[in-house]
Design a protein around this ligand. Structure first.
Ligand SMILES: Nc1ncnc2c1ncn2[C@@H]1O[C@H](COP(=O)(O)OP(=O)(O)OP(=O)(O)O)[C@@H](O)[C@H]1O
Length: 241
C-alpha cells in the first residue's frame, strides 16, 4: 500500500507539488493525469526518492520513506519505470536483465518474486530480442525493457511515468494489459500520464493534477462508463482552474 499525505516538493526553493494526498492499495491502479508541466514527474520522483520532498509523507505499507535515498526506497519495494525509458544503448536485453536482477532476500511478502525467466515469459517480444542491444530496440521494446528492469526488483509498488508516450496504438493496448496483469499480481501501481484514455482504460482510481494540486478524483469505472467528466476536468485543468 502506498500512501501520500500532504506531499510537497519543488526545485530551487520553488514549490511544484502542493500537498498531494493519495492512496494506492495493493492490486490496484491509481492514475494521475495532467497536462505538460502539471507536476506528474515531480510526483513520481518525490515518491521514488529522486527528489526530496519539502513536506508531507510517503508511506509504504505504513513505513515512512519520505526523504530516504532512492536506492533505499527501491530496496523497500518501490520500482520505477522512468519517463523516456533510459535503457543503455550498448547493453543487450539479457545484460540489462542480469544487471537489474536482485535475488529475493525474503522481504517480498505476498508478492511472488520476479526472475529474468518470469519477466521474459510475461514479455515474449523481449525474449525474442534478448540478444539485441538497447540501441537496436523499437520504442515499444525499450518500454517493455524498462518495465522488465523495474519488475526484477520485485516491487510492491510500481511507478510508471508516461509508459505509453510515443507508442503505436497496438503497443499502448499491450501496455494496458500488462498494467492490469501486474495489478492482478498484487502490485500497487501509480501511473502518471497526460492521457485520459489510458487512465480510463486501466485505472481503479483517477486523480487529475492541476498545477501541482489534485483537483478532481474519479473512479476508473465511472470514467469508463462516461469519459466526459474526466475530459472536462482535464480541459479545466489546462487553464489552471
Ligand atoms: N529539475 C528541475 N529543475 C527545475 N524545475 C523543474 C525541474 N524538473 C521539472 N521542473 C519544473 O517543474 C514543473 C513540473 O514539471 P514535471 O516534469 O513534474 O511536469 P510533468 O507533469 O511531468 O510534465 P510532462 O508531461 O511535460 O513530463 C515544470 O514547471 C517544470 O519546468
Amino acid at each position: 500500500m502506498l500512501e501520500l499525505e500532504g506531499l510537497t516538493a519543488g526545485y530551487h526553493g520553488g514549490t511544484v507539488l502542493h500537498g498531494v494526498d493519495l492512496t494506492v492499495p495493493p492490486g490496484t491502479v491509481h492514475a494521475v493525469v495532467g497536462h505538460n508541466g502539471a507536476g506528474k514527474s515531480t510526483l513520481v520522483h518525490s515518491v521514488a526518492g529522486l527528489l526530496r520532498p519539502t513536506a508531507g509523507s510517503v508511506r509504504l505499507d505504513g513505513t515512512e520513506v519520505a526523504g530516504r535515498a532512492a536506492h533505499r526506497i527501491a530496496r523497500a519495494g518501490v520500482g520505477l519505470v522512468p519517463q523516456g525509458r533510459r535503457v543503455f544503448a550498448g547493453l543487450t536485453v539479457e545484460e540489462h536483465l542480469r544487471l537489474s536482477y536482485r535475488a529475493p532476500s525474503g522481504g517480498a511478502g505476498s508478492v511472488p518474486s520476479w526472475t529474468p525467466a518470469r519477466v521474459l515469459e510475461l514479455l515474449p517480444r523481449l525474449a525474442e530480442r534478448r540478444g539485441h542491444r538497447g540501441a537496436d530496440l523499437s520504442g515499444g521494446e525499450q518500454q517493455m525493457l524498462a518495465l522488465a528492469r523495474a519488475l526484477l526488483s520485485t516491487p510492491r509498488v510500481l511507478l510508471l511515468d508516461e509508459p505509453t508516450e510515443g507508442l503505436a496504438p497496438v503497443l499502448v493496448r499491450q501496455i494496458h494489459e500488462l498494467i492490469g496483469a501486474l495489478a492482478g499480481d498484487g502490485i500497487a501501481v501509480l501511473l502518471v500520464s497526460p492521457s485520459p484514455s489510458l487512465a480510463a482504460s486501466c485505472a481503479d482510481e483517477i486523480s487529475v493534477l492541476t498545477s501541482g494540486r489534485i483537483t478532481t478524483r474519479l473512479s476508473g469505472s465511472s470514467a469508463r462508463e462516461d469519459p466526459a467528466p474526466l475530459h472536462e476536468a482535464l480541459s479545466l485543468s489546462r487553464t489552471g482552474t
